[in-house]
Design a protein around this ligand. Structure first.
Ligand code: HPA
Length: 278
C-alpha cells in the first residue's frame, strides 16, 4: 500500500490509446514541454491537432493561469512533435508521478526524445536576467521521485542510472544552434525546489554551495521519468531573475512572467532550431 496514487501500466496504456485516437494516430518523435514564456512556440507547429489534457483519461490538468493545458501535435520544421502547452507542477498539488505522466504517455506514442524548458532564478552570479542556460545536470534533494512506488518494468529498471540525464550529444546540438543564432548560452546545474514560495536567500546560498547554477520548481520529475524510460533529454532554463538574496530586492511572479515574455522570441528561436535537429 502507498499513501499516494500510483498508476498501473494498464492506465498508461488506456491513456495512450485514447490520446492516439484523439490525435488522429499521429506519431510524435519528440515531446516538447514548454515553460513560462514559450507557450507561443506551439503556434509554429504545422498542421496542428490540439488535445486538451482534460480529454485524456487519468491525466491531471494544469491550474497555472498562463499555462493552457493542452497537447499540440504536428510538425516543427520536419520533426513530428507533441508540444505541451502548460505542464503540471508539484506545487499545484500534483504528485511527481502526475507531473511525469505525459512523458510516459508520449513515450508510448513512440517519442524517443524530450525537450524541456523552464523559467528559473539564477544562482550563479555571473549570469544575468534573460540568460538562457543549457541544463547539464540537476539536483533534487527536496522532492519525491516520480518513480516512487512499484516499478513499472515496461518503462525501465527499478534503480535507473542518472549519470547522463541530459544527453551529451543533444547538449552539443544546443551549443551549435546557439552559436549559429548568435545567442549566448550559459550552462549549468538546475536545482529543484518544491515551491510555490520562492527560495529564501539562505536556501539560495545553500543551492550555490551544493553546485547549482539556477533554482526552479519544475522539469526534474519529467526529466527523471524520461531518463528512466530511455529517452534522450535536452533541457533549457530561462533565467528570468536573479535568485532571492542575490540582489537586494523582492521577487515577484509578475516580474518573472514579464521577463519570460521579453526573452520569448530569442528563446523560442533557439528551441525551434534545436527541435528541427532532433
Ligand atoms: N525560483 C524558483 N522558480 C523560479 C524563479 C526563482 O527565482 N524564477 C522563476 N521561476
Amino acid at each position: 500500500m502507498t499513501d499516494f496514487e500510483v498508476y498501473t501500466e494498464a492506465q498508461y496504456q488506456e491513456s495512450a490509446r485514447a490520446l492516439r485516437e484523439l490525435a488522429g494516430d499521429f506519431r510524435p518523435r519528440v515531446l516538447l514541454i514548454l515553460g513560462s514564456g514559450l507557450g507561443g512556440l506551439a503556434e509554429a507547429v504545422e498542421d496542428p491537432v490540439t488535445v486538451p489534457y482534460g480529454q485524456v483519461p487519468h491525466m491531471k490538468r494544469s491550474t497555472v493561469a498562463d499555462h493552457k493545458g493542452q497537447f499540440v501535435f504536428g510538425r516543427l520544421k520536419n520533426t513530428p512533435a507533441a508540444v505541451m502547452q502548460g505542464r503540471l507542477h508539484t506545487y499545484e498539488g500534483w504528485s511527481p508521478a502526475d507531473a511525469a505522466y505525459p512523458v510516459r504517455l508520449i513515450r508510448l506514442l513512440g517519442a524517443d526524445t524530450l525537450l524541456v524548458t523552464n523559467a528559473a532564478g539564477a544562482v550563479n552570479t555571473s549570469f544575468s536576467p534573460g540568460d538562457v542556460m543549457l541544463i547539464t545536470d540537476h539536483i533534487m534533494l527536496f522532492g519525491m521521485s516520480p518513480l516512487r512506488g512499484p516499478n513499472l518494468d515496461a518503462f525501465g529498471p527499478r534503480f535507473p542510472d542518472m549519470s547522463h540525464v541530459y544527453t551529451p550529444a543533444l547538449q552539443a546540438l544546443a551549443r551549435s544552434a546557439a552559436r549559429d543564432l548568435g545567442i549566448t548560452l550559459q550552462e549549468g546545474v538546475y536545482m529543484f525546489f518544491p515551491g510555490p514560495q520562492y527560495e529564501t536567500p539562505a536556501e539560495v546560498r545553500f543551492a550555490r554551495l551544493a553546485g547549482a547554477d539556477a533554482v526552479g520548481m519544475s522539469t526534474v520529475p519529467e526529466a527523471i521519468a524520461a531518463a528512466h524510460c530511455g529517452m534522450r533529454v535536452l533541457g533549457f532554463t530561462l533565467c528570468t531573475n536573479m535568485a532571492a538574496g542575490v540582489l537586494d530586492q523582492p521577487l515577484s511572479g509578475d516580474e518573472v512572467v514579464a521577463a519570460a515574455e521579453a526573452a520569448g522570441p530569442r528563446f523560442s528561436a533557439l528551441v525551434r532550431r534545436c527541435a528541427a535537429g532532433l
